[in-house]
Design a protein around this ligand. Structure first.
Ligand code: GLP
Length: 261
């Protein structure tokens, strides 16, 4: 796991955007794993700026989102399909239909989950997965207790996650769905490169477990310790509970620029 501690979200956005720009330059048909949430926004903003100047293009790329609430109407502004469209997809040059998400309105949920796994496989698998992390250590919506070998399926959201996300539903906890569909931990682990972003002190405990804790279903993100190519982009607040923070800083400082992330 490569740990990069940066001064602010603009620096995180720039480095995260570099990883995607470099990928698309060598593989224009790359498959991107897209995350919703506030953490990746700086990356999306930077990619939007680069796309508008022609530095990067998504015209041949495709994408798969991580998760979706169950039961929200198709036009609900907080459905993750609409959120990712607003925050990123509609701002760059993806062709219509190039970005897919799990169907949270399907009548046959297990069939929809299996179809989503099949679609990712048919696309050749995810080349680069962008991730945030929940305060309880979830990735996607793989809440504590998730099977470390899980695939796309329905999950019950924890009360903590629903409280965290109530801010997007006018602070109304009852309006936050109780269930979601999410790529599983094994699905996420199959991506070729994972770039996880965490910003702010609220994420410090989860980041500590992710990087330095024991691998455990209690902190689902810890499964990423088993992945051969994970880059963790942090601000100082999110890195504040890392025991080896000085070592990570020295390592990154000494890294030759040509290596990229
Ligand atoms: C949600 C999403 C996750 C996201 C997490 C953190 O629960 N399902 O994919 O990583 O929130 O969100 P934020 O980046 O806004 O803190």
């Amino acid at each position: 796991m490569e740990i990069v501690i940066l001064p602010d979200s603009a620096a995180i956005g720039s480095l995260g955007a570099d990883a995607i720009t470099n990928l698309l330059q060598r593989k224009p048909h790359a498959v991107l794993g897209l995350a919703t949430g506030s953490s990746p926004l700086a990356i999306y903003d930077e990619l939007t700026a680069r796309c508008s100047t022609g530095t990067v293009s998504f015209a041949n790329a495709s994408g798969f989102t991580l998760d979706e609430y169950v039961g929200l109407p198709a036009d609900h502004p907080e459905s993750y399909r609409n959120v990712i469209n607003k925050d990123f997809v509609s701002r760059v040059d993806f062709v219509p239909g190039a970005v897919h998400g799990p169907d949270g309105r399907a009548e046959d949920i297990p069939a929809a989950c299996a179809a989503y796994e099949a679609a990712i496989a048919a696309a050749g698998g995810v080349d680069l997965q962008i991730l945030g992390i929940g305060t309880d250590g979830h990735i996607g919506f793989n809440e504590p207790g998730s099977s470390l070998a899980s695939r796309t399926r329905i999950k019950t959201l924890t009360t903590q996650t629903r409280i965290d996300n109530a801010r997007f539903f006018d602070g109304d906890l009852d309006a936050v769905p109780t269930h979601c569909l999410t790529q599983g931990l094994a699905t996420i682990l199959a991506a070729r490169h994972v770039v996880l972003v965490a910003i702010g002190s609220g994420k410090a405990e989860a980041v500590h477990h992710l990087v330095e804790g024991a691998v455990s279903a209690l902190w689902p993100a810890t499964i990423l310790q088993h992945h051969p190519h994970v880059t963790v982009l942090l601000d100082s607040a999110a890195a504040s509970r890392l025991q080896l923070a000085d070592y990570y800083r020295e390592t990154y400082r000494a890294k030759p620029a040509w290596q990229g992330i």
